[in-house]
Design a protein. Sequence first.
Lengths: 87, 87, 137, 137
Amino acid sequence: MVPAMQVTLLFFAAARERAGTSKETLELPEGATASQAKARALELHPALAPLGPQLRVAVDQAFAEGDAPLREGSEVALIPPVSGGCS
Amino acid sequence: MVPAMQVTLLFFAAARERAGTSKETLELPEGATASQAKARALELHPALAPLGPQLRVAVDQAFAEGDAPLREGSEVALIPPVSGGCS
Amino acid sequence: MSHRVSAMALSLEAAQAEVFGNDCGASVDFVGSVRDNTRGKPVVALEYEAYEPMALAIFCEIETSAKARWPGVRLAIHHRTGRLPPGEVSVVIAAASPHRSDAFEACRFAIEALKKDAPIWKRELYPDGSSWVGLGS
Amino acid sequence: MSHRVSAMALSLEAAQAEVFGNDCGASVDFVGSVRDNTRGKPVVALEYEAYEPMALAIFCEIETSAKARWPGVRLAIHHRTGRLPPGEVSVVIAAASPHRSDAFEACRFAIEALKKDAPIWKRELYPDGSSWVGLGS
């Protein structure tokens, strides 16, 4: 069995509402990637499905490619389409 | 003899310094134009000569074409190259 | 560090003062506020949410990119969060430069980059409901 | 009438407040100030002189042209006169619009038009003399 690691998963805005939480701890196999974390979050929170294709992933506060490797304690955020600025 | 009219002539910035005055009354023949007022000012103030080609003429607070007719009491300003704004 | 993401009210003068200096002839400042309508629909308020540390990191990246393109430019990016009624200021960006052209371009670049990449979201509150902006739904 | 030419100190907030409204999502403000040097030469102060009523008339024309090109834009143009040391603000232009792109373009248009046509002059004062700017001599 592959050793496990824990990462922190953050949800914002529409993703937070659909997941019903803003933060949770996710257990993943060691060497898991940003994409795998996102896929696991979508499995655990089926209500996120409609947002799925629009969610970008950030790792440790920077946008990450899908194959970016995670480490124990990584902060993984699901980023719905952003809308900062003004009206 | 053509009847005369009086216009007010205003000088600014480098033109004011060279003419040694900021305002004077100029007597011109009736029907004189903006160009004629400028030519007369250059005659009366030879020190303006180096600025001559760069001076625009305004009549009653708007830039005027050379052939714009003046009237009794017109306010004619000689406008050296402008440099408003910032550094 | 002259960037900010917080629920505190924003001040145009404060942002501008952070970038201004005697070597800078020009500053261009952008102020974005809550409009009282959107696509003809009345808006009661906007509610802004941010992933604050990442938003600040993005603001710093925007500043770094701007300085690379327009040397000598200084930027301050301030964004507000929370519930804001119409007329309230949600974002202020101040750009200063010795050259006015650079200040205009850097300020414009910063607001466009912020809208594209800063992890900040707004929800429009209407008399009869609300919706997150940008979901295309 | 939100334009001004006078020896009074300028306020960015005041200019911005004159154009801002709940129907305007964006304002872009330009602040021009006295730099401590020009072409590498130290500048002690700038001295601004204006043909005030005509400068105001030109500011109104600039506003009229801007409104024709960018409907819904509001402009305030404030210019200071007199002797200003480095760091002092000589001009503030505030442009507000429902659309940020229009606000940027109108603000830029206004400062370029002001520099081209407003009957305002400045003299640079150096430690060892002075000269009128723009005479090309």
